[in-house]
Design a protein around this ligand. Structure first.
Ligand SMILES: [Mg+2]
Length: 294
């Protein structure tokens, strides 16, 4: 086999390689993906809203490969993983911390003590540059965000505010993060620091919080199980930029795999980096023995 040059695979976790959506996963999608990730020239980065502990939980529960890098906590943390050792890349923290003038979450939280609708989340849910609150599920979030934005502007802090609802705990969640802490910027930072070129990097995602990366012009894969709405928005944005060829939509029927979750990532990888085809063919062959009754 021809020597494979270094490749960086950046992937979202939930409903991208974790099959925790409604659609079915092909039985050999993850076994093939695991084998690819083992290749010495394939470097894997997980890009997730999860924190380190929840990423580790997912790796364990879904038998995912150990990554080489992990971008977690909505882009506010970047880890390098060496021999099972997760090292925080402090340079990334310093980079995003500029938006907050180096002020960490604890000190920043003091500015919001007078706002009644928000309640500080537990310390383990905070990161140096992510300040997280609970709100009521039915809070009138637009005026609330406006109020928070005013405080931030007064203090000269540049931040994005992300509000969502955790349907399981029935809590509103409000995260304040530095403006430049996002999935796309974190991936670009990683590419630059570790010298991965654009043609050797692919990203896979499934949902609205992946859209920045999916429509950035980086080689991107929107897994087949994505919602139609996301597919539509991504294509519209890219066609406005004349860059629709930078997004791959898996068709399925690829070595018998359906294009959902990891199967979509694998199909897209060979589309953008054809030289991985041989490796994928071998991995498929081996995975048939792995899973027995395929
Ligand atoms: Mg996802």
């Amino acid at each position: 086999m021809a020597r494979l040059q270094n490749i960086l695979i950046c992937s979202d976790l939930d409903r991208t390689i974790i099959p925790n959506g409604y659609q079915e996963e092909s039985a050999n999608a993850r076994p093939v993906f695991r084998q690819l990730a083992e290749h010495v020239n394939i470097h894997l980065a997980y890009v997730s809203g999860r924190n380190k502990k929840l990423i580790l939980d997912a790796i364990e529960e879904f038998d995912l490969p150990i990554p080489d890098y992990a971008i977690g906590d909505v882009g506010t943390t970047l880890y390098r993983v060496i021999n099972g050792n997760w090292q925080m890349e402090d340079d990334w923290s310093d980079e995003i911390g500029k938006d907050w003038k180096g002020v960490g979450w604890g000190k920043l939280s003091k500015f919001f003590e007078d706002i009644e609708e928000i309640r500080l989340q537990e310390p383990e849910k905070q990161t140096r540059y992510k300040l997280s609150f609970y709100t009521a599920q039915n809070v009138d979030h637009r005026p609330l965000i406006k109020k928070i934005r005013t405080v931030l502007a007064e203090k000269g802090v540049r931040a994005s505010i992300i509000w969502s609802v955790d349907e399981i705990s029935a809590n509103g969640l409000l995260d304040i993060i530095p403006t430049r802490a996002n999935k796309l910027h974190a991936i670009q930072y990683l590419m630059q620091q570790k010298r991965f070129s654009e043609d050797r990097t692919v990203f896979a995602g499934d949902s609205g919080n992946d859209l920045d990366v999916l429509t950035s012009g980086l080689q991107a894969i929107l897994v087949k199980n994505a919602m139609d709405e996301v597919r539509k928005t991504a294509l519209e944005t890219l066609s406005g930029k004349h860059m629709t060829t930078r997004l791959y939509l898996p068709k399925g029927n690829f070595y018998g795999m359906n294009g959902n979750y990891a199967a979509g990532l694998i199909e897209g990888l060979v589309h953008f980096v054809p030289e991985t085809g041989e490796l994928i063919a071998k991995a498929v062959e081996r995975s048939i023995y792995d899973i027995g009754d395929w």
